[in-house]
Design a protein around this ligand. Structure first.
Ligand code: SF4
Ligand code: SF4
Ligand code: SF4
Length: 290
């Protein structure tokens, strides 16, 4: 019984605890309600998925749209909070702590030990946009696979750009210019992501460049919740899971070997679970090192 509801209970507890810590640190109760609200939303989605598994993707996408719209439209565009990678360095150079650092610590350094890169399939606004636009792209015959040197080279490039930009005109100091930076940076990321996905395959920006998943992926392989074979002997090697995976992960190989998905790219979107005709995989808790 407890295992069945482990995910919604865990999500609610983690978000509530983080909300309490942030509210205490910032001295503002609004942060508690913000995190508890997102936790309740995510938890309700997972609870509904348990009871109506046929609509798993409908619930996940709905949660993704609600949470990502809240973060991007509500907090970023309206509230002037920049969550992008560059802002972490703007904050560090300006000696301030804003939503960028809080989001980075929670979503990229803490959450991965519990629910891997789930932020990418349930909260990221760029990810939501890529998932939507990917449906209209032609099938790419040879999608580009992730290369570590490109991903970490891109991180280096972003640090360089942020450092030069903050030396000239740090948006973390000049609040008035922040909104323009937020809009500009997100437009550039979305444009790059939409264009490269047409030629390199689904979620190409996420797989190839995104600095966030490069970092959270390091810890995601120790996540408690992972895609887990529940009945590996039923797998008929149909390969539908591999074809459907937006991150090009070899799910079939892991299932055949009765191993959980430890790939640092897995975003826990559960698409592989949805398409499996034999119901031999699930998103389940387990020992972090397994
Ligand atoms: S990989 Fe990056 S851009 Fe893609 S969904 Fe995750 S955080 Fe967003
Ligand atoms: S392995 Fe499954 S859950 Fe992970 S990214 Fe691929 S389809 Fe999504
Ligand atoms: S979709 Fe299911 S049955 Fe088919 S290869 Fe993947 S795990 Fe095996």
């Amino acid at each position: 019984m407890l295992k069945k509801y482990a995910l919604p209970i865990t999500l609610l507890c983690v978000f509530t605890c983080v909300g309490l810590c942030v509210a205490y640190y910032r001295g503002q109760t609004k942060y508690f309600f913000m995190f508890a609200g997102m936790g309740s939303c995510a938890s309700t989605g997972e609870w509904l998925t348990i009871h109506f598994p046929k609509y798993k993707q409908v619930f996940r996408r709905t949660i993704h749209i609600i949470v990502s719209s809240f973060l991007f439209i509500g907090l970023s565009l309206y509230g002037n909070v920049n969550f992008e990678f560059s802002e972490i360095f703007f904050d560090l150079y300006a000696g301030v702590v804003t939503g960028a650092l809080i989001q980075f610590i929670f979503a990229r350094l803490i959450l991965p030990f519990i629910m891997g890169n789930a932020f990418c399939s349930r909260a990221c606004w760029n990810g939501a946009m890529f998932e939507y636009t990917d449906q209209f792209n032609p099938k790419v015959k040879k999608p580009k696979v992730r290369k570590e040197w490109i991903a970490f080279g891109y991180i280096g490039l972003l640090i360089l750009i942020s450092s030069v930009a903050s030396y000239i005109y740090n948006p973390a100091v000049f609040e008035g210019s922040k909104r323009y930076w937020i809009i500009g940076e997100n437009v550039v990321i979305m444009a790059i992501g939409i264009i490269v996905s047409r030629y390199w395959g689904t979620r190409a920006y996420c797989r190839t460049f995104c600095p966030f998943i490069s970092i959270s992926g390091i810890f995601a392989k120790y996540s408690i919740f992972k895609i887990t074979p529940t009945d590996y002997k039923s797998c008929n090697s149909c390969g539908l899971c591999n074809k459907a995976c937006p991150m090009l992960i070899d799910v079939r190989k892991a299932v055949r070997a009765n191993e959980r998905i430890k790939s640092k790219s897995c975003i826990l979107c559960e698409t592989c679970v949805t398409v499996c005709p034999k119901d031999c995989i699930n998103l389940s808790p387990g020992l972090p090192w397994t």
